[in-house]
Write a protein that binds this ligand. Structure first.
Ligand SMILES: [Fe+2]
Length: 358
């Protein structure tokens, strides 16, 4: 599978890469969708004054990509003339919502109706995605998460893939240490889960292995603000995004959504919560042995736990506590579609044992 997307890599001035947006918009509205952390930054002034761009900002204040948040953004974006381009500057939540709005489908009910009927939406606004965390890889995937009435829906439509992705680590530098840790662990988990997906192929495996080689060496430095490590980490996140664009995610993601939606655990940490017991369980499964050799030289659990401890020595204890407190509920609420994507079939009974014995 070949992803058709223009990838724009670093430039001397990161903001000049948004000339791409001006070229696409051609004097029409440029709607810029951002998170709250972006609004006070110098980037906002730069974009507002960018020659050739009639920019309008829409700020997302919700904690999750919810249907309500989508509707607010949709109504703001569709007021007046149809935008010539949408620029999404943010983490996974911002990119996910902007991708959905770019389908130009209407309210969330109308959007979901189109998806359910597998029919094209009435339009598509070109989307330029600028990740500000080195984690989600959302700039590289044709799917978005949407929480509707507290339950998580995955919208998986080829046209959700942004037309342009801008990768520059300088957009990620203002993120807090905690945001960087959560986002980086999400990227690592996505690389591992892609390797362990039943949809894996030679291309996805190559992307995932390249991603993991970069992320496992670069993540600690990137969290500490090392320039070279940050460059490597944003590439790693993009490669993992491209890998799961082919394979989709699997078990730790399937278990994670309750922790995020009900208990407010950041997505990357929610996913990472179950990676240790999952890898321990896999090490006992004959069918997983050759695949696991692609990560950590056949010792994936040691590799993963070493990485987690190196970014924050308290994290493994926090993950143990989250599983102890919420493990049973997580198994009950597991996303069956994601779970069924696992290369080695796993039952709810296996998951319960994993939670108890992690
Ligand atoms: Fe993720």
């Amino acid at each position: 599978m070949t992803i058709r997307q223009k990838l724009v890599l670093g430039a001397p001035n990161p903001w000049t890469m948004l000339d791409e947006a001006a070229a696409i918009a051609r004097d029409r509205r440029c709607v810029i969708i951002t998170g709250t952390s972006f609004s006070a930054s110098v980037a906002r002034d730069f974009l507002a004054n960018h020659a050739g761009l009639h920019v309008e900002f829409i700020e997302i204040t919700a904690d999750l990509p919810t249907a309500d948040a989508y509707d607010v953004v949709w109504h703001r974006a569709c007021e007046g003339e149809t935008p010539g381009v949408i620029v999404a500057v943010g983490g996974g939540k911002v990119l996910d919502l902007a991708k959905l709005v770019s389908l130009w489908a209407g309210t969330h009910q109308e959007l979901l109706l189109h998806v359910r009927r597998a029919e094209d939406t009435p339009g598509k606004i070109p989307l330029l995605a600028v990740p500000t965390t080195f984690g989600s890889g959302a700039e590289a995937t044709p799917f978005s998460v949407l929480y509707v009435g507290g339950s998580k829906k995955s919208v998986d439509v080829p046209r959700l893939l942004p037309e342009v992705a801008v990768l520059d680590h300088r957009f990620c530098q203002s993120a807090s240490r905690n945001v960087k840790i959560a986002a980086g662990l999400d990227a690592v988990c996505q690389g591992i889960e892609s390797l362990l997906s039943k949809r894996r192929c030679a291309e996805s495996e190559q992307l995932a292995v390249r991603s993991l080689m970069l992320s496992c060496s670069a993540l600690p430095g990137a969290i500490d603000g090392d320039d070279v490590a940050e460059r490597r980490m944003i590439r790693a996140a993009n490669l993992a995004g491209r890998a799961i664009a082919i394979t989709r995610t699997a078990v730790p993601h399937a278990l994670s959504y309750l922790l995020s939606s009900k208990y407010g655990v950041p997505h990357g940490l929610a996913v990472a919560t179950t990676m240790s017991p999952y890898l321990r369980w896999l090490q006992e499964q004959e069918a997983a042995k050759s695949t696991l050799s692609s990560f950590g030289h056949g010792r994936p659990l040691e590799k993963w736990e070493g990485l987690v401890s190196s970014v924050d020595s308290t994290l493994r204890g926090r993950f143990d506590e989250l599983r102890r407190l919420h493990g049973a509920e997580m198994v009950e609420a597991v996303n069956m579609e994601r779970l069924s994507n696992a290369m080695v079939p796993i039952t709810p009974g296996d998951l319960s044992a994993m939670m108890g014995g992690g």
